[in-house]
Design a protein around this ligand. Sequence first.
Ligand code: MN3
Length: 250
Amino acid sequence: MERRQFLQTVGLAGAAGMVLGGGVAKAAGLAEFSYMPKAVQIGADGRPKFMLPPLPYEAKALEPVLSEKLVTIHHDRHHKAYVDALNKTLDSIAAANKAKDTANVRALSDALAFNYGGHVLHTLYFCQLNPDGAKAPAGDLADLIKRDFGSFDLLKNWLTAAAVGVQGSGWAVLAWDPLGRQLVVVQTEQHDKLLGWGMMPLLVIDVWEHAYYLDYENKRPEYVPKLLGIVDWATVGQRLSMTMAMTMTQ
Ligand code: MN3
């Protein structure tokens, strides 16, 4: 990253650190951008209830990379199942807490991490795909990819290997590390194991079999590069700008 651009980024982060919520987006020049879509409402009991965010495109829009049937099942059944289980888990925790029944705190905490992770990752996954989106990174994202991975091609090579190499069900994630102020590629097992604290996911690759088996059978190495071909790198760049603004104040 050139020093001028880095200082611009730091300056932007300094302003953003003074505000919250939509203000961060405004300060980062991202007034129309949300890191996550708004998909929560307050229930009758006064607590937040998660909702399934709608797909930001028609289910057939990702063909031929992902078929309409696969996308529909993945979103309407699999993603929805995490949302439903997350709400149910939080209801169970609230009820147990009220009754001072802590016997299941271990299992409930595990269910919370698993289902919250599943909901977050699927939300990021569907919102980052757009066949007509930017095919390559620009701005800070492009500069940081060059600094931290050498080139866009080297990043894609490492990210693909990380995704293909996930043992069993999990994800490969390009993330912003706010402590080291760098981009990193990590793997998760399931939805929640292995991910480092504080790391903000920018691009996520679902390699659970339900994400590709219908179209690619067991050929995960064919699915991953094709999926990367429909990632909107402008969305990834906006996520980076927002996370930098939220995590850097000097
Ligand atoms: Mn999935």
